[in-house]
Design a protein around this ligand. Structure first.
Ligand code: NDP
Ligand code: OXD
Length: 314
């Protein structure tokens, strides 16, 4: 019997995903019928798997009573994990394309701040003023969140030679990386953080991880790079820290409200770089393989991979 797979993610992505999902599902040898949510014959009660994203037309999962799993194309699941109609297992996206994109974006922005590139790029006013930056091994960089994306970034930063630390909920042991956990660990790690990268999920526990108190722990003139989620930072506290020079610059990809409203002070602040939630994109081919693998597992009775945990919220 064929399984019914419904593409209920952003409908404008269907054209791109139809071929990639078809190829990936054939490769795992599952008999399937793949349809888009907009298809006239789509009957919710007959769907076996939902491919989903936060911009999906499906926000009420109740009619999908046969559905064995909701397979998110996004890594962050804060917009669905507490949906009271979601009773099915929820798998989040862990995708090599997403990981590679994040590593490149994070390393690019860390390097920019480490090397002080703005001084050269933004105009030198005819002044010949050589400036020798420290070497990576003389720079202490911290990654908050050591999951799929954070640990990949920490490892690559380490390969560049940075003195890398990381912080997670449960204690980790990653070669070459000084690992911290828990509240005391956060305080200790921030004290040694000249550049901080935030790759935590958005949960009640992680909200305002960087606030007036924790920003004050960082060395004066530190840099922040946030591709995680907007609520990880108390915006008012960050603006005060930027104005006082406690924080030299913040590169922000994610915000409490997206798109970032045109009147938000981040847009015009000289020491803030705004990027439009584009640090890393789920890549169609590799993401489709991940979706297909979970469908294969569901059909052979194996455990799903990348299951989101409702209790911890990510
Ligand atoms: P993971 O779930 O793999 O990793 C999350 C990490 O955060 C884990 O190390 C976890 O600790 C840690 N963590 C969670 N809660 C706490 C806490 N209370 N205190 C300390 N550490 C905590 O997620 P990913 O690495 O896949 O993704 C991270 C986030 O990146 C996503 O949730 C999403 O918000 C964001 N993202 C942004 C994108 C963009 O384009 N801007 C693209 C993709 C993702 P532990 O290891 O102990 O569980
Ligand atoms: C994600 C994102 O969570 O794009 O995948 O932010």
């Amino acid at each position: 019997m064929s399984v019914n797979v419904l593409f209920a993610a952003k409908q404008s992505d269907w054209a791109e995903y139809e071929g990639a999902l078809t190829k990936a599902l054939r490769a795992v040898d599952v008999e399937f019928i793949l349809s888009a949510h907009s298809a006239p014959h789509c009957t919710p009660g007959e769907v076996d798997y939902l491919v989903w994203s936060p911009d999906s037309p499906v926000q009420d999962f109740t009619p999908y009573h046969r559905c064995k799993a909701v397979l998110s194309l996004w890594a962050g699941v804060e917009r669905v994990i507490n949906n009271p109609t979601l009773t099915q297992p929820l798998c989040r996206m862990v995708d090599k394309g997403l990981e590679d994109g994040m590593v490149e974006w994070v390393c690019g922005h860390v390097m920019r701040h480490h090397l002080g590139m703005d001084a050269q790029i933004l105009g030198q006013n005819g002044e010949w003023k050589p400036h020798c930056p420290p070497l990576a091994r003389q720079r202490q960089v911290t990654v908050l969140g050591l999951g799929a994306l954070g640990s990949a970034c920490a490892r690559m930063l380490r390969q560049f030679g940075f003195d890398v630390a990381g912080w997670s909920r449960r204690q980790k042991d990653l070669e070459g990386i000084t690992c911290f956990s828990g509240n005391d660990g956060l305080h200790d790690v921030l004290k040694r953080s000249e550049i901080v990268v935030l790759l935590l999920p958005n949960t009640p526990e992680t909200e305002n991880t960087l606030n007036a108190q924790t920003l004050a722990l960082m060395p004066r003139g530190a840099f922040i790079v946030n591709p995680g989620r907007g609520p990880l930072i108390d915006d008012d506290a960050l603006l005060i820290a930027l104005d006082s020079g406690q924080i030299a610059h913040a590169t922000l990809d994610v915000f409490r409200i997206e798109p970032l409203p045109g009147t938000h002070p981040y847009w015009t602040h000289p020491n803030v770089t705004v990027t439009p939630h584009m640090a890393a994109e789920t890549r169609t081919d590799t993401a489709s393989e991940m979706v297909a693998e979970n469908i294969r597992r569901g059909e052979t009775g194996e455990d799903f991979i990348n299951l989101a945990d409702r209790k911890s919220g990510y």
